[in-house]
Design a protein around this ligand. Structure first.
Ligand code: NAP
Length: 306
């Protein structure tokens, strides 16, 4: 084969590889979910990733968002950027709305304009938590905390992206940032007993498992014509924060005794849902997912703890 023919074949291969590759923007990439997505990015070998946080791309800046979309031919955006300080949100309402709603509008608008698929992450806190059976995607939302209100309003604007999905998750933790597992371990090392509420029930979610699910879902979206859909994702099973704390102590080999208390004895600035278990039937069926139990999520996280 002569040199010219070889060059032609190679450029064709490169062109085909580019055609088959996809460009994915991850916002808020320094957070819990963003880091777990980064850690597992090898699951999508044909993808090119832009992992950004507020310093690289502040999603509150509409022009910067549009510029980013213009410069990089994006196929998917996974929006992990959020204001997640639930109690502080009661006081910092404008900031919570700016990040959890107005900034989401910037992303949705850019996605619609540039034919990009938006994956937006939301929360179980959009429900009032007065229910008694796992919440489905179609159930009425009635957030009671301002964080929940800001995320609920974020969902409304995320729906203006022409194609996309809103994934509601609950009780997220990971090996990155601060979360309930780290807090329990820290207290468990220094205290003999610890009081934890047992009347708030939900499902902990290891962000690594959510990240894996997102990377499994994306290759299935090529022929999507379903507009913007809502899905629920958490680990399997149900527990109270008390049960979760007991399991954290056990799996971390900590001797601290956990005592169950009622929420009325542990007041917080923002009200929490008493029951926020998510029904995951829709996401499991649509994308063929099998989801590990929350105790497996915890052991996987602890396995990777430095
Ligand atoms: N954590 C939970 O228990 C939980 C439960 C259910 C649902 N969720 C949802 O799951 C998603 C991921 O949560 P997470 O726990 O991974 O959040 P996280 O750890 O708080 O990460 C959010 C990231 O977004 C960044 N960010 C904030 N404002 C930004 C902006 N204007 N532009 C770009 N980046 C910005 C944050 O930076 P700074 O740290 O500098 O602000 C942070 O790195 C969120 O949508 C959250 O609402 C979380």
């Amino acid at each position: 084969m002569n040199f010219r023919k070889k060059v032609l074949i190679i450029s064709e291969l490169v062109l085909n590889a580019q055609k088959n590759s996809m460009n994915i923007l991850i916002t808020g990439a320094n957070g819990q979910l963003g880091n777990e997505l980064k850690k597992r990015s090898a699951l999508l070998p044909n993808a090119h990733f832009f992992f950004t946080d507020v310093n690289e791309l502040n999603i509150m800046e509409e022009e910067a968002v549009d510029d980013f979309f213009k410069k990089n031919r994006l196929d998917f955006v996974v929006n992990c950027a959020a204001y997640t300080a639930v109690d502080k949100a009661e006081k910092e309402q404008n900031l919570a709305l700016a990040i959890n709603c107005q900034a989401v509008a910037n992303l949705a608008k850019a996605c619609a304009k540039h034919n990009c698929f938006l994956i937006h992450i939301s929360t179980d806190y959009v429900f009032n938590g007065h229910g008694y059976k796992p919440y489905r995607e179609i159930d009425v939302m009635e957030p009671e905390s301002f964080y929940g209100i800001s995320k609920w309003r974020g969902e409304q604007v995320a729906k203006t992206a022409e194609k996309g999905m809103i994934i509601r998750t609950s009780w997220l933790y990971s090996n990155f940032g601060s979360n309930f597992v780290f807090t329990m371990q820290k207290l468990g090392r220094t205290q003999d007993t610890l009081n934890v509420v047992f009347d708030q029930v939900g499902t902990p979610t290891f962000a690594g498992h959510l990240a894996e699910a997102i990377w499994k879902i994306i290759p299935q979206l090529n022929t999507w014509n379903e507009g913007v859909q809502i899905y629920h994702f958490s680990n399997e099973g149900v527990c109270s924060w008390y049960d979760f704390a007991v399991e954290i102590m056990q799996q971390s080999n900590l001797k601290c005794r956990v005592c169950p208390i009622e929420s009325k004895d542990y007041p917080t600035p923002a009200p929490r849902p008493f029951y926020s278990v998510l029904n995951k039937a829709k996401i499991k069926k649509r994308f063929g997912l099998s989801i590990p139990h929350w105790k497996e999520g915890l052991s996987e996280m602890l396995k990777n703890q430095k």
